[in-house]
Design a protein around this ligand. Structure first.
Ligand SMILES: [Zn+2]
Length: 219
């Protein structure tokens, strides 16, 4: 491919995108882009979240059977007064999203912690508490049965929202600008577009402010 062909291809490429952008920023679309911006802003606000739910339990080893109590309820005190070994354990979950505009990062932390009172197999106590909570209707990550979960991830949907928002913002500004330009008189409009106000000859980079085509002063 010689340089002439390459330049022709490049010109066609630019012409395509100029045409695309002129279509997108049609003054009549300013309302559409404005409404789309408001809708996107609303979606972003709904996506903000973050919470921490610590709950604590007494996990008792009753002659080889695990009994789970709420920390501090009647059964807890009854079993404790019998002098049984137990573990004080808690469950916590927190997470959130971060991003400049759309949420592009998500973080999820879920943990079961605890300490033994007496001789307690903590791994078995953890598994017993996990099974108990699951049967109780808690929605837990299956991995939590053996280990804590600490995940940070990329939110691709957020990146798409960011890109789409940027596009809509540019389109909105472009349309609004052209709405504004439409209200200007023809002379100003043509001068802004780099054309001679009389004959529309391209006047960019002229050495003197005179149209070489028709002799109009272009200032
Ligand atoms: Zn001219």
């Amino acid at each position: 491919m010689d340089s002439e062909q390459r330049r022709m291809l490049m010109d066609r490429w630019y012409a395509f995108w100029r045409g695309f952008w002129r279509g997108v920023t049609m003054p009549g679309l300013v309302l559409v882009w404005g409404i789309a911006l408001a809708v996107i802003a609303g979606m972003v606000m709904i996506r903000v979240r973050g919470c921490y739910i610590p709950v604590s339990f007494g996990v008792f080893d009753v002659d080889g059977t695990w009994v789970i109590t709420e920390n501090g309820d009647d059964e807890f005190f009854r079993l404790e007064s019998e002098g049984r070994a137990f573990a004080t354990m808690w469950y916590g979950s927190r997470g959130g999203t971060a991003g400049l505009w759309g949420p592009t990062w998500t973080r999820h932390v879920e943990e079961i912690g605890g300490y033994p009172r007496g001789s307690v197999d903590m791994a078995a106590a953890r598994a017993a508490l996990f099974d108990h909570m699951l049967a109780d209707g808690w929605r837990l990550d299956p991995l939590l049965r053996t280990r804590d979960i600490n995940r940070t991830g990329v939110n691709w949907a957020g990146h798409v929202i960011n890109a789409a928002s940027l596009f809509v913002l540019c389109a909105f500004v472009g349309s609004a600008r052209r709405c504004f330009v439409k209200t200007m008189d023809r002379r100003t409009r043509r001068l802004l577009a780099g054309e001679c106000p009389k004959c529309r000859y391209a006047i960019a980079g002229l050495p003197t402010p005179v149209c070489p085509e028709c002799g109009e002063r272009v200032e």
